[in-house]
Design a protein around this ligand. Structure first.
Ligand code: PEP
Length: 261
C-alpha cells in the first residue's frame, strides 16, 4: 500500500461545535475545488465537543478525524475524562497523545503517555505521539538525548507499528519560529533510526510529522526533506485556506519514490 504524506490539523481548544461545522465544511469544499494530490492524507483533530458533528460531515469523504487526547483507563470514576472506546465509537482514526501543552500544562509524564499509546492501539486508534525538546534543551545540545528518552520511555515494550510520530520542537509551537528544514531533518532521521532499532523493517510505515509554526510559505521546504512525512499544524489549521494551502503544497513526490532515491 502506498505511504502517503499526512497533514493533520490540531485545533486545540478553539472552535465551538457550530464554528467547527463551518470550518469543516470549508475544508471539504476547498478539497473538492483544489483537487488535492493523491499522495496526501488529510486529518483534523477538533475539540471533543465538536468530534461528533465533524465526523458526521466527514463520513462520506476521505478526510480522517482524530481527537486531541484520551485517558488511559478503560472506564470508571474518572470525572471529566474521555476513554478510547468513546472515541472509537465516533469512528475516529487518530488521537494526538503527549502534546507538549499536555506535558507542560497538565504535567503528563512519559509513563502516562505510554499508557495512553497502549490503550489507543488496543482500541484500533492510531496514536499521533508528540515528542520535542524545549529551547533550553536545544541550546544545551540535549535535543537528541531528550528525543531518545521520550521515545524509548513511551514506546517501551510496544510492538504495534500502527503509530504516527510528530516531532514538535516546543520552542517552535505557536511562536512563529520554525526549525530550519535541516534542523528538522536531522531529528527526523534520528527518530527514523530509533524506530528502526525498535520495530525493524516494520518501522518504515510509521509516518514522522513535523510540527511547529508550519505555514503555507514554509511547508514545501520542510515537507521535501527526506525524512519528513507530513505535518501537525496548529494555528494555520484554524483557517481553512491556510490549512488547505499546506495540504496543496506543490512538488511533493510520492513518499515511496522519495525514499528509494
Ligand atoms: C501544535 O500545537 O501541534 C502546533 C504545531 O502548533 P503551531 O502550528 O501553531 O505551532
Amino acid at each position: 500500500m502506498e505511504r502517503k504524506y499526512l497533514i493533520v490539523g490540531n485545533w486545540k481548544m478553539n472552535k465551538t461545535p457550530s464554528q467547527s461545522e463551518d470550518l469543516v465544511k470549508k475544508i471539504i469544499d476547498l478539497k473538492t475545488r483544489h483537487g488535492i494530490s493523491a499522495h496526501v492524507t488529510i486529518a483534523i483533530c477538533p475539540p471533543f465537543t465538536s468530534l461528533d458533528r465533524c465526523a458526521e460531515w466527514l463520513k462520506n469523504t476521505d478526510i480522517a478525524i482524530g481527537a486531541q487526547n484520551l485517558y488511559f483507563e478503560k472506564e470508571g470514576a474518572f470525572t471529566g475524562e474521555i476513554s478510547a472506546s468513546m472515541l472509537k465509537d465516533l469512528r475516529l482514526t487518530y488521537v494526538i497523545i503527549g502534546h507538549s501543552e499536555r506535558r507542560a500544562i497538565f504535567h503528563e509524564t512519559d509513563e502516562q503517555i505510554h499508557q495512553k499509546v497502549k490503550i489507543a492501539q488496543a482500541s484500533q486508534l492510531i496514536p499521533i505521539l508528540c515528542v520535542g525538546e524545549t529551547l533550553d534543551e536545544r541550546e544545551s545540545n540535549r535535543t537528541l538525548t531528550v528525543i531518545e528518552t521520550q521515545i524509548s520511555h513511551v514506546l517501551e515494550g510496544l510492538t504495534n507499528t500502527n503509530l504516527v510520530i510528530a516531532y514538535e520542537p516546543v520552542w517552535a509551537i505557536g511562536t512563529g519560529k520554525t526549525a530550519t528544514p535541516e534542523m528538522a531533518q536531522k531529528v527526523h532521521q534520528f527518530i527514523r533510526e530509533l524506530l528502526q532499532k525498535q520495530f525493524g523493517k516494520g518501522s518504515q510505515i510509521i509516518p514522522i510529522l513535523y510540527g511547529g509554526s508550519m505555514k503555507p510559505d514554509n511547508a514545501a521546504d520542510l515537507l521535501t526533506q527526506p525524512d519528513i512525512d507530513g505535518g501537525l499544524i496548529g494555528g494555520a489549521s484554524l483557517v481553512a485556506e491556510s490549512f488547505m494551502d499546506i495540504v496543496a503544497t506543490k512538488g511533493l513526490s510520492p513518499l515511496d519514490s522519495r525514499k528509494e532515491s
